[in-house]
Design a protein around this ligand. Structure first.
Ligand SMILES: [Zn+2]
Length: 242
């Protein structure tokens, strides 16, 4: 086989292997960011629950103040009642007392309701905080795992870069420029095998003349349809990748 063609096949395999790392890197990072997003969501829920408690406490304080006012009013009313002269006056004071007592009941009920709400929210916060702690623990473990995975990928990638460097340094500049030009649009399918007389880049059948050239492998042959560089792979390899 033509030496340049052999080198091109090798180079395209290395390039493909280097690019194959990208989805692996992305997948590793995606795992981590999914967990981090979950953490943020739980932390936000906790903040919201705390905010609800704060609001409930404020409402409670308002009701406390109201109760104080009503109690004072009832005290004052009692004195007025003792001094009341007419039936009409007494009736009016009684009505006021009834209203004040009703409001007092309502304020007390409201405080009980708010206390209940605060207790419930506190329980929810506790559960969420436990969940968050667990997520953080998972995140730490995963981070270490992902970092190790990325370091391993980086190592493998580096080895491939070195291999590529060694290969490229002995290749013809003209051939490399030709390869790069095809690679710009064909990406990892710049150099493709021919199977069943079809280009494995565009999957179109090639004519007999081109096919014969590819089989001979004495020159660099390109697909008449798409322009990719073609080669015949050894039988064993064809079987293995099919
Ligand atoms: Zn083609």
């Amino acid at each position: 086989m033509n030496k340049h063609l052999e080198e091109l096949i090798e180079l395209s395999k290395i390039d493909r292997a280097i690019d194959a790392f990208e989805p692996k890197i992305e997948a590793a990072r995606a795992k981590l960011s999914a967990l981090e997003a979950k953490e943020t969501a739980v932390a936000e829920e906790i903040e919201n629950l705390k905010e609800e408690i704060k609001e409930a406490e404020l409402k409670k304080a308002k009701n406390d103040l109201h109760i104080q006012e009503l109690t004072e009013k009832l005290e004052a009313n009692k004195k007025k009642m003792a001094d009341a002269k007419t039936e009409k006056e007494i009736k009016a004071l009684q009505l006021e007392e009834d209203i004040a007592k009703e409001q007092l009941d309502f304020a007390n009920e409201e405080i009980a309701r708010l206390d209940n709400l605060i207790e419930t929210r506190k329980g929810e916060i506790e559960a969420k905080e436990a969940e968050l702690a667990e997520l953080k623990e998972q995140s730490e473990a995963l981070k270490a795992e992902v970092e190790a995975e990325l370091a391993e990928i980086e190592k493998e990638k580096q080895a491939l870069f070195e291999k590529k460097q060694a290969l490229v340094s002995k290749m013809s500049q003209k051939i490399l420029a030709f390869y790069d030009k095809i690679r710009r649009w064909a990406r990892n399918t710049a150099v493709v095998p021919v199977r069943k007389q079809a280009c494995m880049g565009c999957f179109m059948k090639i004519n007999d003349k081109t096919y014969a050239e590819v089989i001979k492998g004495e020159e660099i042959t390109t697909c008449p349809h798409c322009g990719r560089i073609l080669y015949m792979e050894p039988q064993s390899e064809e079987a293995a990748t099919e």
